[in-house]
Design a protein around this ligand. Structure first.
Ligand code: HEC
Length: 148
């Protein structure tokens, strides 16, 4: 009996870890295609990050760019008034996830705003909704959810 319990316990713990790991690794999996990664990573924010820049980014995030509809005012990826059962692909990114914040360079995030995340509800925003300068403002705000 005891051995059986121990086995069950180990199975639950290891199984649970596997589920947690696969969820994280799916979030951390790079979105930029491998052949574009070098160029994407070489791209850095050409603007100096200031509190004003972050404020402009917040206004865009909550205003015309409508990021908050999906990513939420708190950046946790659960926007208001959304029926998540209608999402075909992955849920919107939780920007407070520190592992994810660390895994991505600024250039990779900029690539996403240009290209979207193909096959998901994350669309491309440059140039139709955001200019490149506005995109860097909004990304400065996205970074602030990770404590930067
Ligand atoms: C219609 C819903 C929707 C809107 C509006 C939206 N997003 Fe997203 N976003 C998503 C989804 C879904 C994902 C997850 C895509 C994936 O896992 O590849 C995502 C992922 C992201 C990512 C993470 C990409 C990565 O490399 O992991 C960033 C950064 C991002 N969004 C920024 C923004 C910004 C900034 C805005 C506003 C300009 C915005 N999003 C608006 C749905 C949305």
């Amino acid at each position: 009996m005891r051995v059986g319990h121990l086995f069950l316990f180990a199975w639950v713990v290891v199984g649970g870890m596997a589920v947690a790991w696969s969820a994280d690794s799916e979030v951390l999996r790079p979105r930029v295609p491998i052949d574009q990664m070098e160029t994407a990573r070489a791209m850095t924010n050409p603007f100096t990050v200031t509190p004003e820049m972050r404020e402009k980014g917040k206004a865009l995030f909550e205003g015309k760019a409508f990021c908050r509809a999906c990513h939420g005012t708190d950046g946790k990826g659960l926007g208001m008034d959304l029926d998540y059962s209608t999402f075909k692909g992955p849920l919107p990114r939780n920007f407070t996830d520190k592992m994810w914040q660390q895994a991505r360079t600024d250039g990779e995030l900029f690539w996403i705003l240009k290209n979207g995340s193909p096959g998901t509800d994350m669309a491309s925003f440059i140039p139709l909704v955001l200019t490149e300068e506005e995109a860097w403002q909004v990304l400065t705000y996205v970074r602030s959810f990770g404590g930067r």
